[in-house]
Design a protein around this ligand. Structure first.
Ligand code: FAD
Length: 385
């Protein structure tokens, strides 16, 4: 019997598999589609501390430390580059928002600069257009290549002895009394386990509900556009003051930009790829909105557009919890559009929880039970990269 079964091969599950395997424990990861097939592949790939909720900031800071050494540690390129995050102001009202953001973030101990005019912005990022009036700049932020990063974790996990079962879904968690004792796969196989980590993104509620656990997720659809490769023009990640678009240039020169947060009128349990197709109007709005701050986009050839689903919790903070009332179960879901950057640290926390070690982080803000205790406040989804 494996010590741990992980359900879900996004960055959270893959990083957890790596940490558990390298600690010398047996672990099997089940991924229903393929590694990084959902949010961890659809993502923009920003690795950001700036603009984080104070509860998440310690994880984000620790993640930045981890990303810097991951290529060497995992033995494969993750595409991580620490080139900073710019948050742009397009109107006088947004200038005030950015100015206040810098003050608040500095109070939280973050190294972040205020760029007061176009000259200061263009000195750092010449590709940013003249419509941008001011910006914040957090030099410690950065970005990584999502699919290679997830694969790097999974491959390193396998090297340490983890079993990665790609293309095999988990139909249900097996329960004996108050304890989860394993999983049942889509092939009808029963796999017992000491602990089960549920890292299934938007699909977490379906597997929790039969256990009597409620995770109130709203699923949102976001539009992403990727250009053909361009010469290097832009190194940072950009977001904007009202968080309605973000983007970056990937290592091979493609611009990857995102905007257009919409409701998603489908059932998570039974979606097909057609349900991910962004509306033509959203693609038009994306091009207009992003070209306003990054004019080079307007002339770029479009290689791909896709829709990405986001698992948004009522307070836009994730659930990372081993004390759900069901022993043996660890939940990691609801990353609310910013779980990629902290993924390496989520993996570390999940491994600690699965191996009954004390986490070095305060996990109280990430308890599943918080939603039953306080009324939902329906936080807005933000895109900052
Ligand atoms: C457009 C977009 C932009 C984003 N931008 C950023 C950003 O710039 N920075 C940032 O930090 N975050 C960003 N995010 C959010 C980030 O990508 C996610 O929070 C993160 O990838 C979540 O990882 P995960 O492993 O928890 O979940 P997922 O990546 O969703 O992985 C869950 C996996 O579980 C599998 N699965 C589901 N059900 C089952 C089952 N029953 N059995 C087996 N496997 C199952 C799925 O196939 C999937 O591969 C963005 C997200 C999107 C969509």
């Amino acid at each position: 019997m494996p010590d741990v079964v992980i359900v879900g091969g996004g960055i959270s599950g893959a990083a957890a598999a790596y940490e558990i395997a390298r600690a010398g424990h047996s672990v099997i990861l089940f991924e229903a589609r393929s590694l990084a097939a959902m949010a961890s592949g659809w993502t923009l790939g920003g690795v950001r501390q700036s603009g984080r909720d104070p509860a998440e900031l310690p994880l984000a800071k620790a993640a930045v430390e981890r990303w810097g050494g991951l290529d060497e540690e995992l033995g494969a390129p993750t595409g991580y580059r620490r080139r900073g995050n710019l948050r742009l102001a397009r109107t006088e009202a947004e200038v005030e928002i950015i100015r206040e953001l810098v003050v608040e973030q500095r109070k939280l101990g973050l190294a972040i600069d205020y760029l007061p005019d176009k000259a200061a912005i263009r000195a750092i990022a010449p590709a940013i257009g003249p419509a941008v009036l001011a910006a914040s700049f957090c030099p410690g932020d950065g970005h990584a290549d999502p699919i290679p990063a997830v694969r790097a974790f999974a491959t390193a996990a396998a090297r340490h002895g983890a079993t990665i079962r790609d293309g095999i879904g988990v139909r249900s968690l097996t329960r004996t009394g108050d304890r989860v004792t394993g999983v049942e796969t889509s092939e009808g196989e029963s796999v017992p386990a000491g602990r089960v980590i549920l890292a299934t993104g938007i699909h977490a509620p379906e597997l929790l509900q039969p256990l009597g656990l409620d995770l109130p997720l709203r699923v949102k659809l976001v539009c992403v556009l990727q250009s053909v490769p361009l010469p290097p023009i832009f190194e940072q990640v950009f977001g904007v003051a009202n968080a309605d678009c973000a983007g970056r240039q990937e290592i091979d020169g493609r611009l990857r930009v995102t905007t257009g947060i919409g409701d998603w009128p489908f059932e998570p349990a039974s979606w097909t790829t057609d349900a991910l197709a962004p509306r033509a109007a959203d693609i038009g709005a994306l091009i207009e909105r992003v070209s306003h701050v990054l004019p080079a986009l307007a002339d770029a050839g479009v290689a791909r557009v896709w829709g990405g689903l986001i698992d948004l919790t009522p307070d836009a903070l994730p659930v990372i919890d081993a004390h759900t009332g069901v022993d043996g179960l660890i939940v990691a879901a609801g990353f609310s559009g910013h779980g990629f950057g902290i993924g390496p640290v989520t993996g570390e926390i999940l491994a600690d929880l699965a191996l009954s070690k004390q986490s070095r982080f305060d996990l109280a803000p990430f308890r599943l039970g918080r939603f039953a205790e306080t009324p939902a406040n329906d936080a807005a989804l933000t895109l900052h990269g």
